[in-house]
Design a protein around this ligand. Structure first.
Ligand code: NAD
Ligand code: USQ
Length: 407
């Protein structure tokens, strides 16, 4: 049994992970400033699923499982004293850090959102590392990073787990081998903060011998896990709005509401995906397998499959009966890319990937259909653009492809 502090434990990935680790017998403390719930209010958006308050969630979990999860409302980016005291009193064996502003479109929305994303994400991560170093303690830090730090150049090279071995020619013809952090190529201010996080980890692992695992996670889809479906009060959040909704969940939701699936540009973007069930399993595996105290950050790619956006749209259109709309891409990204990724470490640790082919698409469509009466249609369009010159991703009706009619 470990003492586990989960920063961002009220969020989409953090909540099911908190329940899963509590169910495994760990002593879980959630630290969250509930900023995500406030951003929902500001955006006029909300989870499609009816999430209860954090207090009610924790009470329901106690009733269902008999296990206690503790909650502290602390802003880890701002309240340094509160955060430091919490670490001192809870003495965590493991700190899992989910607590960042995680939407790329939100981070590109305007000046305030850019500033907030950088302040919140970089300060939160650095405060955590500096406090640990200051207290001279040795918790295993597990951070949620992103596949997006590698960028999407798409030249067919398999993306390794964090490091690239390079051969550097010296002056006298001698060749030196170096393992360097894979050069970052972020595609949004949000992804840039994850790239910057990597340097903070590299420094504190080297300077203070902190044990750090950085999980470069792909796009998470699905909503429920074994624990969140035990009681409706435990239900996980389901984002579908233009800023926080991720592509596969958005398409499943759009299909359920009879809205054309909004493919950005040609839909040639290839991305890495992972089901929320596998996210919680990967976190449990990461917690059980901390790195050595060897000055090097352990980086794992946390994804299970790659897909091209337009292929996903056609798959969902065929299975759920929906139209596909090719809309102006509000982002700056390669129109077409290939993506090959190594996820060797998790596979070797025993992860059995849940793939799109495993029937969970229909489970997510069912969830989307069940709560469709709560959908706010006006939040579906992607209105945040990467530059002022770009147009939002709204539908032009001549660009709708009637896939199910053609099938
Ligand atoms: P989320 O927005 O649902 O949850 C993040 C949680 O962190 C929220 O509950 C929020 O209130 C909290 N938080 C944010 N800033 C905080 C602060 N300063 N102090 C305390 N709490 C704070 O996001 P998510 O989808 O659960 O993502 C969790 C992590 O996983 C993020 O770091 C994200 O970058 C990463 N990730 C997510 C995905 C995905 O598809 N959802 C994919 C790859 C990586
Ligand atoms: N896209 C569409 N139509 C939509 C929404 C998105 O075509 O309606 C496209 C986007 O243009 C992009 C791709 O789908 O090419 C993925 O977009 P996304 O919003 O699903 O994912 P992204 O912005 O990359 O961010 C999400 C999470 C983030 C996490 C990242 C993992 O919000 O927290 O870090 O996935 S990764 O993509 O691997 O970097």
């Amino acid at each position: 049994m470990k003492n586990i502090m989960i920063i961002g434990g009220d969020g989409f990935c953090g909540w099911p992970t908190s329940l899963h680790l509590s169910a495994q017998g760990h002593n879980v403390t959630i630290v969250d400033n509930l900023s995500r719930r406030r951003i929902d209010e500001d955006l006029g958006a909300e989870s499609l699923t009816p999430i209860t308050s954090i207090e009610e969630r924790i009470l329901a979990w106690k009733e269902v499982s008999g296990n206690t999860i503790t909650f502290s409302n602390v802003d880890v980016a701002k309240d340094i004293e509160g955060f430091a005291n919490l670490i001192k009193t809870t003495k965590p064996d493991t700190i899992i850090h989910f607590g960042e502003q995680r939407a790329a479109p939100y981070s590109m929305r305007g000046l305030q959102e850019k500033l907030y994303t950088v302040d919140n994400n970089i300060n939160g991560t650095h405060n955590m590392l500096a406090i640990i170093a200051d207290q001279g303690i040795d918790p295993h830090v597990v951070h949620l990073g992103t596949m997006g730090v590698y960028g999407y150049d798409g030249d067919g090279l398999e993306i390794p787990e964090g490091y690239l071995s390079v051969m550097v020619p010296g002056d006298d013809g001698e060749v030196f081998k170096r393992d360097i952090l894979y050069p970052t190529n972020p595609g949004s201010v949000y992804h840039m903060t994850k790239s910057m996080d990597q340097l903070l980890f590299q420094f504190y692992a080297k300077n203070n011998a902190l044990r750090i695992t950085d999980l470069h996670q792909g796009i998470v889809w699905g909503t429920q896990t074994d624990e969140t479906r035990m009681d409706e009060r435990l239900i996980n959040r389901f984002d579908y709005d233009g800023d926080y909704g991720t592509v596969l969940n958005r398409f499943l939701m759009q299909a359920a509401m009879g809205h054309p699936l909004t493919v950005h540009g040609t839909g040639g973007q290839t991305r890495a995906f992972i089901h929320i069930n596998d996210t919680v399993r990967c976190l449990a595996l990461a917690v059980e397998n901390p790195p050595e105290k060897d000055g090097k950050v352990k980086i794992l790619n946390q994804m299970t499959e790659t897909h091209r956006v337009r292929d996903l749209a056609h798959l969902i259109a065929r299975t759920a009966g929906a139209d596909v709309a090719f809309v102006d891409n509000p982002r700056k990204e390669a129109a077409e890319n290939d993506l090959r990724v190594s996820n060797k470490t998790f596979i070797d640790l025993g992860l059995e990937p849940t793939t799109l082919a495993d029937g969970l698409l229909s489970e997510t469509v069912e969830i989307a259909s069940k709560y469709i009466h709560r959908a706010r249609k006006d939040t579906v369009a992607c209105v945040s653009t990467w530059t002022d010159a770009q147009k939002p991703g709204v539908i032009h009706h001549e660009a709708i492809l009637r896939v199910h009619d053609a099938a």
